[in-house]
Ligand binder design. Structure first.
Ligand SMILES: Nc1nc2c(ncn2[C@@H]2O[C@H](COP(=O)(O)OP(=O)(O)OP(=O)(O)O)[C@@H](O)[C@H]2O)c(=O)[nH]1
Length: 363
């Protein structure tokens, strides 16, 4: 295997679902200093759309197949890094100055770190520079209380970046910072709106050093290493029975208002169980799809992509990740808002008139 003169630094950008990873990366990738960085994206859901949402020079963005990086896709990450080295050696691609890995929001970063650090050849060619973890100031406290993955993401970080502070009350951000300081006393905590978060230096933290983390981080790495080296049965879906990820699809949509109304209804009624909604909405008579986002009970303003060609871009594709909310409830609501008839499905007018849950499910 080709060995570059010095190991290529690897930055891991993590943070719970919808924390703002792609938004931040898009901003950083505008900087010429990162023009020769390779970006590896991983998402959890049947429909890959992140490659559309993270903009950069197209051959530097590699999308891993769907599934979670900390579970099924770990081997693929190693293969991808090995392949990248090979392509650099054979001059199929230019040397890269850095690899940036954006994990899924559900990823436990510990197995991802270990996959790189414990692989003999990969660990010689790449070095983990650092972990930058984003924490949503609106939902972060609740997410940390409910999801171990979020706690681990915060605890392994070299830098913690609070996001959405333009939307959150400053007292809530202060409380969140105190919680983060307890979880990870050594990490620098910065705000996404502050200058240090706006440039590529955000990703440069020096060598990732487990010894500088809370003692639990060393224990997690050791436990993971044991599992790794003893080939224990690995839980393919670490995220448990409660989490569901699925796709909602449709053709071109005549009115974006229907999708927006669906999003608001879903968020208002099931926001507590709605971990994430994101997608690309193909519109009739307009080749520039809408990008829609929701996190818990927040519906974010839609944005537009540049005009897209290709059959897949004629499709509306939404990825939904729920906790303790059956897929059928979301799917029925979607069909209703798109006015697609179904047996026993109330029409939209009836639904809008009825303030109570229409499908008999209430969290
Ligand atoms: N107001 C505000 N909105 C933000 C901020 N950061 C992200 N957003 C919005 O939050 C939504 C989700 O942001 P993304 O960057 O897609 O989040 P992500 O972490 O990449 O999401 P996943 O990959 O699905 O986990 C988008 O609509 C963003 O525009 C912020 O600091 N302030």
């Amino acid at each position: 295997m080709y060995m570059p003169p010095a190991p290529i630094p690897v930055s891991i950008v993590t943070g719970f679902l919808g924390a703002g990873k792609s938004t931040l990366l898009n901003r950083l990738l505008q900087d010429p200093a990162l023009s020769d960085a390779a970006v590896i994206i991983n998402e959890f859901g049947e429909v890959g759309i992140d490659h559309l949402l993270v903009q950069g020079s197209s051959d530097s963005i590699i999308e891993l197949s769907n599934g979670c990086l900390c579970c099924t896709v770990r081997g693929e990450l190693i293969d991808t890094l090995a392949d990248l080295l090979d392509r650099i050696q054979t001059e199929k691609v230019k040397p890269v100055s850095r690899v940036i890995i954006e994990t899924t929001g559900l990823a436990d970063p510990v197995p991802v770190l270990l996959a790189i650090m414990a692989h003999p050849a990969i660990a010689m060619a790449f070095r983990i520079d650092g972990v930058v973890t984003l924490v949503d100031a609106l939902t972060g406290a609740d997410t940390l209380a409910r999801h171990d993955e979020a706690v681990r993401q915060a605890a392994v970080a070299d830098r913690l970046v609070t996001t959405k502070t333009d939307l959150a009350a400053s007292a809530d951000r202060d409380d969140l910072v105190r919680t983060l300081e307890r979880l990870n006393p050594m990490a620098e905590i910065i705000d996404v709106a502050d200058a240090p978060a706006s440039g590529p230096a955000l990703l440069v933290t020096g060598l990732f050093d487990p010894a500088r983390k809370a003692p639990s981080v060393g224990e997690w790495l050791a436990a993971e290493d044991h599992q790794h080296s003893h080939h224990h049965h690995h839980d393919v879906n670490r995220h448990g029975e409660h989490i569901r990820a699925f796709a909602l699809t449709a053709g071109r949509v005549a009115s974006p208002a229907a999708i927006e109304a669906f999003q608001h209804r879903l968020a208002a009624e099931y926001g507590d169980n709605l971990l994430r909604l994101k997608g690309v909405v193909a519109l009739s008579g307009d080749d520039r799809p809408l990008v829609v986002h929701g996190v818990r009970d927040m519906v974010y303003p839609p944005s537009r992509l540049a005009a897209q060609s290709g059959a897949e871009n004629q499709q509306t594709r939404l990825v939904v990740i729920t906790r303790d909310l059956p897929e059928t409830v979301v799917r029925e609501l979607f069909e209703t808002y798109l006015d697609r008839p179904g047996i026993d499905r109330p029409d939209r007018a009836a639904l809008d008139d009825n303030p109570l849950s229409a499908f008999g499910f209430k969290a």
